[in-house]
Write a protein that binds this ligand. Structure first.
Ligand code: CUA
Length: 189
């Protein structure tokens, strides 16, 4: 006749083994799920690469092309929208004060001349990274006149905390009246 103590011991061993198996299956399940997600997102990006990648040589920004100094600031497009071109560099943005109209489609085209910077306009949905070698774009619309701060929000070196600019939103009648006389508009900080 088996010892009752031994039988009980055997039962608790079985309970422990079952619990361990359940946990092992659970953990393997999580790992399988994570690997599945990695595989899925990798395949997804391979099959559908980001369609809007624009590259630019950061070392010749000031010499030629879209981001030369006299081309920075706000420009009115033939369709009545506004394009703003900005360059970020350690430790400032050019221009320092950006002038835009309210209630008008505004497209930002921004790049970095050196390292990665952050581009965010407070109280709006504008928020992108600036990477040297790439042009970041953002489409938005400002509801009403006002002043917004535009701090760099990506640590870019010792002067990071001092790297910021302003965005001044004015009513669109005034903006377009001024734009008739100037190819590029900025404001004075
Ligand atoms: Cu530029 Cu932080």
């Amino acid at each position: 006749m088996p010892n009752p103590n031994e039988a009980m011991h055997h039962r608790s061993e079985q309970v422990a083994a079952r619990a361990e198996t359940r946990w092992a299956i659970f953990v393997i399940g999580i790992i399988a799920l994570l690997l599945g997600m990695i595989a899925y997102t990798s395949l997804h990006f391979v099959m559908m690469p980001t369609k809007n990648v624009e590259t630019i040589n950061p070392s010749t920004l000031h010499l030629a092309g879209e981001f030369t100094e006299d081309n920075l600031g706000s420009a009115v497009e033939p369709d009545g929208s506004v394009t703003v071109r900005i360059v970020g560099q350690q430790y400032s943005f050019t221009p320092q004060c950006i002038l835009v109209p309210d209630q008008t489609p505004v497209k930002f085209r921004v790049t970095s001349a050196d390292v990665i910077h952050g581009f965010i306009i407070a109280e709006t949905n504008v928020n992108v990274m600036l990477e040297p070698g790439y042009i970041s774009t953002f489409d938005t619309r400002f509801r009403k006149p006002g002043m917004h701060v535009m701090p760099c929000h990506e640590f870019c070196g010792v002067g990071h905390a001092g790297m910021w600019a302003r965005v001044k939103v004015i009513d669109k009648e005034t903006f377009f009246k001024q734009a008739a006389n100037e190819r590029r508009q900025n404001c004075v900080q």
